[in-house]
Design a protein around this ligand. Structure first.
Ligand code: ADP
Ligand code: MG
Length: 473
């Protein structure tokens, strides 16, 4: 068993990127033979020590793209050399698993810290001074403030899903964390000084880069810290914000295709024109027809996800739910069962829209169309991972044509309409109150389902359902 000849052969393509043997062995174990494009681009540049902004489509291996160089360069025995920040707890758990696998033949340890888990439980692992820390921003700040961890030894800070990390919800937390790193703090300070000299009164909102509440140098690292920020989607605004933290030479590495058409190509995308009161019936029928091996149904609100899961369960369709109203241990359990294929349908809010990598998700159903078109890209990116096949259906009501158009513009694809045989739209119920069209919204682009016999392209019938092998239970 320990005989060297039993190890899978090391991948020469990864070796050429300068990856260490211990990691090559892990990559071989994990059956990573060829680096994805973002990995080929990012691994050697990260090893060279520059700050990097990386962009590549969902499911193209961005985790290993930064994970491999971080693990290659980390030295055993020195705590928190790398801090990897992620937007959700689920992603922290997943990232910890992936980095542990990559580092399985090294003495390096990776620990995930995130909210909703007792700090005392995490302390047990933190006491071993793990070299790599993965975490959600809130919990990381908490641990830094309590001086349980420090960034003194930090060499790498990674922001995964950087567009989410620098959007309004997390921006302040990220600034707080990054301001504790001396090299970043100096950079921000220099920028502030420059601004002051330029124009003291100009755009005051812009001039508070440095979080004064963050401790100055007591937990700050003296050596320059390498920043690696990655995402599938990156707006010019976010890129501008990201660059403020980074030091020259900053390299922007973009895997081909990620900027022009950010959805995974192999996803077969369709929309259904459906009125809100008919959505449930359509969903039930669609699930029955498609019999997905593994599906995520996305809802806009926690309450909506809860209600939908309850209704499906009541109607004999097995499903589970995941959203912020659930206790963290429940969320962890649901994700674990989903990963191992214990149930087929997950009803989720957008907390599962980013980064979650579960193999063989065959269907994404946007029960509620996302308001932000980039969220669509992330949701749909949960299927067709690493070149697999997948389908995405989006429910669009009469007043949501504008949202659909925004998505189509972003992905630069016209999403064809689908109809489902046997689905009969019903008239507006007398007591219908919810989802009244928002005043001033663009007029309907989507025809009402009742509008005559549409081109019959019944999804359950005409479009062949290419069922892949059943997941092992
Ligand atoms: P992203 O962050 O770009 O959405 P992930 O890092 O989550 O993608 O990777 C998607 C999946 O692809 C994961 O299951 C990962 O283990 C796998 N993977 C990554 N790189 C490779 C590779 N070079 N060869 C085979 N599988 C890979
Ligand atoms: Mg990812």
């Amino acid at each position: 068993m320990t005989d060297k000849t039993t190890h899978p052969p090391l991948a020469p393509a990864f070796a050429q990127l300068g990856v260490r043997n211990s990691l090559l062995r892990a990559l071989a174990e994990m059956k990573f033979q060829t680096p994805s494009e973002i990995q080929s681009l990012l691994i050697p540049r990260a090893m060279a020590g520059v700050d990097i902004l990386g962009q590549a489509r969902t499911g193209t291996g961005k985790t290993a793209a930064f994970g491999v160089p971080v693990l290659c360069k980390a030295q055993p025995g020195i705590a928190t050399q790398a801090l990897i920040l992620v937007p959700t707890r689920e992603l922290a758990v997943q990232m910890e698993i992936e980095l542990k696998r990559l580092g399985q033949f090294t003495p390096l340890r990776t620990v995930a810290v995130y909210g909703g888990q007792r700090i005392t439980a995490q302390m047990k692992f933190l006491r071993q001074n793990p070299e790599i820390l993965v975490g959600t921003p809130g919990r990381v700040i908490d641990l830094l403030d309590r001086k349980i961890i420090s960034l003194n030894n930090a060499r790498f800070i990674v922001l995964d899903e950087v567009d989410r990390m620098l959007d309004i919800g997390f921006r302040k937390d990220i600034r707080n964390i990054l301001s504790r790193v001396t090299s970043v703090r100096r950079k921000l300070q220099a920028r502030e000084d420059e601004n002051e000299q330029l124009e003291a009164s100009e755009s005051p909102a812009d001039r508070h880069d440095i979080d004064q509440s963050a401790p100055a140098d007591d937990s700050g690292s003296a050596a320059p810290v390498q920043l690696i920020f990655v995402s599938a989607t990156l707006s010019p605004e976010i890129e501008g914000l990201a660059r403020r933290y980074m030091s020259e030479p900053i390299e922007k590495l973009i895997a081909r295709g990620s900027d022009e058409k950010p959805t995974v190509e192999k996803v077969e995308q369709r929309y259904f024109a459906v009125q809100p009161w008919d959505k449930y019936v359509l969903l039930r029928l669609l699930l029955q027809r498609e019999q997905p091996d593994l599906a995520i149904v996305f809802c806009r609100t926690k309450r909506g996800a809860e209600k939908l899961a309850k209704r499906l369960t009541h109607d004999g369709i097995e499903c589970r739910e995941i959203h912020g109203n659930l206790a963290q241990n429940k969320r962890d359990r649901v994700m674990k069962s989903f990963r191992t294929g214990k149930f087929d349908v997950l009803i989720a809010t957008d907390l599962a829209s980013r980064g979650i990598d579960v193999a063989d998700i065959t269907h994404i159903i946007n029960y509620d169309i996302p308001q932000d078109p980039e969220v669509y890209v992330h949701r749909v990116g949960r299927t067709a991972r690493m070149g697999a096949q997948g389908k995405a259906f989006t429910f669009v009501s009469r007043d949501q044509g504008g949202e659909l158009t925004k998505i189509e513009r972003l992905i630069n694809i016209m999403i064809p309409q689908a109809t489902l045989e046997g689905f009969e739209p019903s008239p507006t119920p007398h007591d219908w109150k919810e989802n009244k069209p928002v005043a001033g919204e663009s007029p309907a682009k989507v025809a009402a389902p009742a509008a005559g016999p549409s081109v019959k392209r019944g999804l359950g019938s005409k479009i062949p359902v290419t069922r892949r092998h059943r997941r092992r239970r």
